[in-house]
Write a protein that binds this ligand. Structure first.
Ligand SMILES: *[C@@H]1O[C@H](CO)[C@@H](O)[C@H](O)[C@H]1NC(C)=O
Ligand SMILES: *[C@@H]1O[C@H](CO)[C@@H](O)[C@H](O)[C@H]1NC(C)=O
Ligand SMILES: *[C@@H]1O[C@H](CO)[C@@H](O)[C@H](O)[C@H]1NC(C)=O
Ligand SMILES: *[C@@H]1O[C@H](CO)[C@@H](O)[C@H](O)[C@H]1NC(C)=O
Ligand SMILES: *[C@@H]1O[C@H](CO)[C@@H](O)[C@H](O)[C@H]1NC(C)=O
Length: 271
């Protein structure tokens, strides 16, 4: 009954316009959302040397100046210098091809993070990729590692299928959280909408979320990074301290009389 009353009350309040998903943000299948812009290293990007004498250059969600200037092109986000090989510089990915997606097996492992894909044309055909692939595919797998600095763990060119896989671990690849940074003059209740997901902040308060239809809510313990998640195809009630992220067309989160969420997929806020 309470829920019905809230829904009725909400019908009178303002409907917030949908906003586009900003670049370098991502909502995973569990409704956790990420802002990877902390991993953008200016236009300089990252450098990684392998034991095979290759050097990889890449940036996250941005062009890499080393690639652009070394190959005298614009728009490259990843490239490699093949020390002893017959091609010196190879473009591995165009900035405009950028796509974010799930980490491999994340649905099974629950690993937090995302994959950033770039593609570019393979101008070297079978000289570079034995399958004569038309494209080079570069996947940068960004693994959440709470509290840890950004580390490039590996970079590998798999010539059989023209794939490059780069793995990085970082605190900046962890789901979006504000609880650890909130100061005393922060608002008691705040909502951030991203795509079909909403993050609700209420420092030191218990947030209650109710959803009908397919709904996913989760909260991440700011200190242990443990995930508390609940999903339902019919109806869901979820309580979380400090911060919660929910995804669904009909989900509302509130603390006392302040609330936000979605009604029929439309963003609503009242606080
Ligand atoms: C980030 O870019 C700076 C140059 O602006 C460079 O010196 C530094 O090594 C880069 N950081 C990493 C982790 O590669
Ligand atoms: C990224 O590339 C990998 C490997 O090719 C692929 O499995 C995955 O579906 C791609 N993800 C996106 C979002 O394009
Ligand atoms: C969360 O923190 C980020 C970065 O500090 C800031 O841009 C954003 O506005 C904050 N969101 C809320 C709801 O406090
Ligand atoms: C939350 O509670 C802790 C411990 O009582 C306190 O240190 C902190 O300032 C509180 N934060 C806010 C935003 O009220
Ligand atoms: C949601 O959409 C359905 C179907 O379009 C409509 O019947 C219903 O009235 C809508 N509910 C609200 C609260 O807008």
């Amino acid at each position: 009954m309470t829920y019905l009353l809230i829904v009725l009350a909400i019908l009178i309040v303002s409907y917030v316009q949908s906003q586009n998903l900003p670049s370098c943000t991502y909502v995973d299948y569990d409704g956790r959302y990420y802002d990877f812009s902390g991993l953008i290293n200016g236009t300089y990007g990252y450098t990684h040397d392998t034991l095979f004498g290759e050097t990889y250059y890449f940036n996250i969600c941005a062009e890499d100046t080393v690639c652009d200037t070394s190959m005298n092109i614009v728009g490259s986000s990843a490239c490699m210098l093949n020390g002893g090989g017959e091609f010196s510089w190879i473009n591995l990915g165009d900035y405009t091809s950028m796509e974010l997606g799930q980490l491999p097996n994340a649905d099974v492992t629950g690993q937090m993070g995302a994959t950033l894909n770039y593609t570019t044309l393979n101008y070297f055909s079978t000289l570079l990729c034995s399958d004569d692939s038309q494209y080079i595919y570069t996947s940068i797998q960004m693994f959440c590692n709470p509290g840890q600095p950004t580390t490039i763990s590996s970079a590998l060119f798999i010539q059989n299928d023209c794939h490059v896989i780069i793995e990085i671990t970082s605190n900046d690849a962890c789901p979006y959280q504000n609880t650890s940074t909130t100061s005393s003059d922060d608002k008691p209740f705040e909502c951030v909408f991203l795509d079909n997901s909403v993050a609700v902040l209420a420092p030191n308060k218990t947030i209650e979320c109710k959803g009908s239809g397919t709904t996913i809510c989760n909260s991440v313990d700011a200190y242990t990074q443990r995930i508390y998640m609940s999903t339902s195809d019919t109806s869901l009630t979820f309580f979380a301290p400090d911060e919660v992220q929910c995804m669904g067309s009909n989900v509302l989160c509130n603390y006392e009389s302040m609330y936000c969420g979605f009604i029929n997929g439309t963003e609503v806020t009242n606080y």
